[in-house]
Design a binder for this molecule. Structure first.
Ligand code: SF4
Ligand code: SF4
Length: 407
């Protein structure tokens, strides 16, 4: 494992950070045994940054780390990061109570890296009158948090202002080959690093979009390089090629992925990619830009939707329709799920009641209700709905939940 030093505090952080938002699951709950083996195994092989947050796994991620994941002395082998759900606290008292609750759940006396979760360019102004500065200063003075930072999903222009708003030690940004000029972007990465902040990277594979079903054109470009590596490896190597990057978080639950990520994180040094590779990255980016219609990362912050729509699922299939050569299959998969053939619950994009609830929570600033309309025009139609209704009758599946609330 390679390490990079954070200028503000001289901590040496492993290139690979362990994200605890996608731990292995069994029957809908965290598979504690498997998650413990994977996490402790990664720590044994040099990972020393573990990231969680209150909402991950419906609150169970922090509890898992306290009860199981970091027991047996592992807590002190790593830097532990968790986040204040800043979007729901309404006073300094609530901030303090939340932090105390997190310390209890994590069974620790300190959070090494404490972030204001999912900040945008407007959140700081809302938090200021609530006493955020006093809260952070006091928590640091009391030793409850060691380093303060924030995770960011706002516009590019708002990022430097937030960096300058407080003496942060670090920031966490979304960065990958598709987001070089999106959100904080390259400009934000360089600005934060120039101010001495450590920069933690999230969504390095854009919620899996860069590896799940790679478009043929993109695969051809990767294959044209002399060194043969997977799209995931190239995507990670591109991020670590930036000297300003401290650590890349990966939410891991497959042994082979953990092994591969650790191997790559043991090899990547800044500015080591040659010109041919960098050109290939730019070409791959163009392929995606031309094909991808909706920049949804699948983070699921927009849920639940009162109409029951699985928003990221809908967008993923709309993008798939444009990105891959399997239009019929994509439409079929979409219709069987949203038409209630597999679940019994109908949740078409056209069921959107345009309440706007989702939009407020979308870190990518997507105009979700308008997009729902677009998707429904392209993916749905009376014939498809009638077919699915007939299919439900045939399978004797009654809708278990109507997609529109009464009234
Ligand atoms: S605007 Fe539409 S998609 Fe968004 S939460 Fe409301 S009903 Fe759901
Ligand atoms: S629509 Fe926005 S909030 Fe919802 S999953 Fe996609 S990126 Fe996340």
């Amino acid at each position: 494992m390679l390490y990079r030093e954070i200028p503000s505090n001289k901590d040496k952080i492993s290139l690979l950070g362990y994200g605890c938002m996608r731990l292995p699951q069994k029957a809908g709950l965290i598979d504690s045994k498997k998650a413990e083996t994977q996490l402790k195994g990664a720590i044994d092989r040099g990972v020393n940054y573990v990231d969680t947050a209150m909402p991950y796994h419906n609150g169970q991620s922090e509890i898992f780390l306290g009860k199981t994941g970091l027991t047996g002395g592992y807590r002190d082998k790593i830097k532990l990061a968790t986040k204040l759900p800043q979007y729901q606290v309404k006073s300094q008292k609530e901030m303090e109570a939340t932090l105390d609750r997190q310390l209890k759940r994590l069974k620790t006396d300190r959070i090494d890296y404490y972030l204001l979760h999912t900040m945008d360019h407007t959140a700081w102004d809302r938090l200021l009158p609530l006493g955020i500065i006093d809260f952070l200063d006091k928590a640091k003075a009391d030793g409850k948090i060691i380093n303060a930072g924030f995770s960011y999903h706002g516009v590019t222009s708002g990022f430097p202002k937030l960096v300058d708003a407080y003496p942060w030690e670090f920031a966490q940004i979304q960065y990958n080959i598709l987001d070089e000029y999106n959100q904080a972007g390259k400009a934000g990465l360089e600005y934060a690093a120039s101010k001495g902040l450590g920069v933690i990277i999230m969504e390095p594979l854009r919620g899996g979009q860069l590896v799940k079903k790679v478009p043929k054109e993109a695969l051809k470009i990767w294959d044209s390089l002399d060194e043969k590596k997977s799209p995931a490896e190239w995507a990670l190597r591109w991020i670590w090629n930036h000297k300003e990057v401290t650590c890349v978080l990966s939410g891991m639950n497959v042994d082979e992925h953990i092994d591969e990520n650790i191997r790559i994180a043991s090899e990547c040094t800044p500015n080591s990619l040659d010109k041919k590779t960098l050109n290939a990255v730019a070409e791959v980016k163009t392929v995606y830009d031309n094909l991808m219609k909706i920049g949804c990362t699948g983070c699921r912050y927009c849920l639940p939707c009162p109409a029951g729509i699985d928003i990221p699922f809908v967008f993923e299939h709309y993008n798939n329709l444009h990105m891959f050569d399997n239009k019929l299959e994509t439409r079929f998969l979409y219709a069987t799920r949203v038409g209630g053939l597999t679940s019994g619950s109908k949740t078409w994009a056209s069921d959107c009641i345009k309440c706007g609830k989702c939009e407020k929570h979308c870190p990518q600033d997507l105009p979700i209700p308008d997009l729902m309309e677009k998707v429904s025009h392209k993916m749905e139609g009376p014939l498809m709905k009638a077919t699915m209704a007939a299919g439900r009758v045939f399978l004797r599946k009654k809708p278990v939940k109507e997609s529109r609330p009464a009234g």
